[in-house]
Design a protein around this ligand. Structure first.
Ligand code: CTP
Length: 410
């Protein structure tokens, strides 16, 4: 998905700069072209010669280099790119970006560009956690900048915590998701400043310490919506039951297991602008999970499971007069009478839209990559063709943006 894409890689001055060598190598293996700008500080950590050798191009570092300005110019550098990737994004670079400073070639290109910008922060854990850096991060996110990482782990400075540069593979995945997404015509920070909360995945309701009740939901649809919304600059919070998925770049995932935990996590994040309830929440939990593993007693006696109803997260939030999101979207997983059941759910749960899907085993929707949905609103029903879950996500988020543009909710 990166073949033929042009990446302007801005290397900041941090110990993690060496990982850029591997990043460039892997990008070129995928037939992307890489042009490199380094800051003065970056040269303390990695040499221009190594970067030039791997990228197969000269390295740009001087805004006032006459030859560069006549041949290519700093504005042209970003014009020629499909995306600007800052790695490592130091605290200093982030601060400069957040305040629009342009004191060298790197920051000037970042200010002069109208292309998507992605940053992979890397710094000491205390610098990352400092209120100033977190403030700058929020500003950058609301400007539509995509953020990959940082990861948590041992740091070169001997401390432990978040602040490690995302691995080259993760950066490549984020770039592929951004550049190869079905959203290429859904450009710009259309959701900047908005917070979107998504529930996703199954819940697991314990029977005893080793057994639980769950379902076949993979979480893919909810995560795909999160990826698209984050791409468009939204702050995305995914309250997620157990899944095998990686958090989409730029989204925050709050892991939960049970329906009760999911409700609490969702309520703790309110208010938000849009709530999308894509989780397959277990309707019931055991009336009292056993604290010890339930054993066979050898008599052939089969224990009966007593169930009790779980809270309805969607209905609770949609009917919350104080904290209701401006737009509440539910899903309806049905195996028959899909549209009629979805219309009834729209009414009963008090949401604005319902995305209805047929989850009969023959459709392969549960766990699969495709989905056939109907969008049910108070205006009627739209039948969407079968498409990839990422395309369903793109179309749904596009609809949310249009609703926002029309000022239906604020
Ligand atoms: N939902 C929820 N909390 C629950 C059950 C469902 O938030 N305890 C949400 C789902 O995330 C989805 C919508 O409600 O957005 C509909 O879920 P679905 O499983 O289709 O419907 P149910 O309410 O469980 O009704 P039924 O099982 O009878 O079809």
């Amino acid at each position: 998905m990166l073949a033929g894409k042009r990446i302007l890689l801005i290397v900041g001055g941090g110990i993690a700069a060496y990982k850029c060598l591997e990043l460039i190598r892997r990008l070129r293996e995928r037939e992307a072209s890489v042009r490199v700008i380094m800051t003065a500080a970056a040269k303390q950590f990695v040499t221009p010669l190594s970067l030039a050798s791997l990228s197969g191009d000269k390295v740009y570092d001087d805004m006032f280099d006459l030859t560069d300005e006549t041949e290519i110019g700093h504005i042209q550098l970003s014009r020629d790119a499909d995306i600007l990737m800052v790695a490592p994004a130091t605290a200093d670079l982030m601060a400069k970006m957040a305040t629009g400073q342009c004191s060298d070639l790197a920051t000037t290109c970042l200010l002069a560009t109208d292309k998507p910008v992605m940053i992979a922060p890397a710094m000491n854990v205390r610098m990352w956690e400092h209120a100033a850096t977190q403030r700058n991060l929020e500003i950058l996110r609301s400007d539509g900048v995509h953020v990959v990482g940082p990861n948590e782990g041992d740091m070169a400075c001997g401390e432990y915590g978040p602040g490690r540069l995302a691995e080259p593979a993760e950066i490549i995945e984020a770039l592929s998701a951004r550049l190869g997404s079905p959203l290429d015509d859904l450009e710009g920070p259309r959701l900047a400043g908005k917070t979107i909360l998504i529930t996703a995945g199954p819940t697991q309701e314990p029977i005893d310490p080793v057994r639980y009740i769950a379902n076949r939901s993979s979480g893919k649809q909810g995560y795909a919506i999160g990826a698209v919304a984050a791409n468009l600059g939204a702050r995305v919070i995914i309250v997620s039951g157990p899944t095998r998925l990686d958090p989409p770049p730029g989204a925050e995932v709050i892991p939960v297991e049970t329906a009760e935990e999911m409700l609490k996590a969702v309520q703790d994040e309110m208010p938000v602008d849009v709530g999308i309830f894509a989780a397959a929440v277990s309707d019931w939990r055991t009336a009292g999970a056993s604290e010890q593993k339930i054993k066979k007693d050898g008599s052939g006696h089969v224990p009966a499971l007593e169930l009790t109803e779980n809270p309805d997260i969607l209905a609770t939030i949609a009917k919350d007069k104080k904290n209701r999101p401006g737009l509440v979207i539910g899903f309806a997983a049905e195996t028959e009478n899909v549209v009629e059941n979805a219309k009834a759910k729209l009414e009963r749960k008090g949401c604005d839209w319902v995305v209805a899907n047929d989850v009969s085993p023959s459709t392969g929707v549960m766990g699969g990559d495709e989905n056939t949905v109907h969008l049910v609103t108070s205006d009627g029903v739209e039948n969407w063709p079968q498409m990839a879950k990422s395309d369903v996500a793109a179309r749904l988020v596009d609809r949310i943006c249009n609703e926002l543009d029309e000022g239906v909710w604020t």
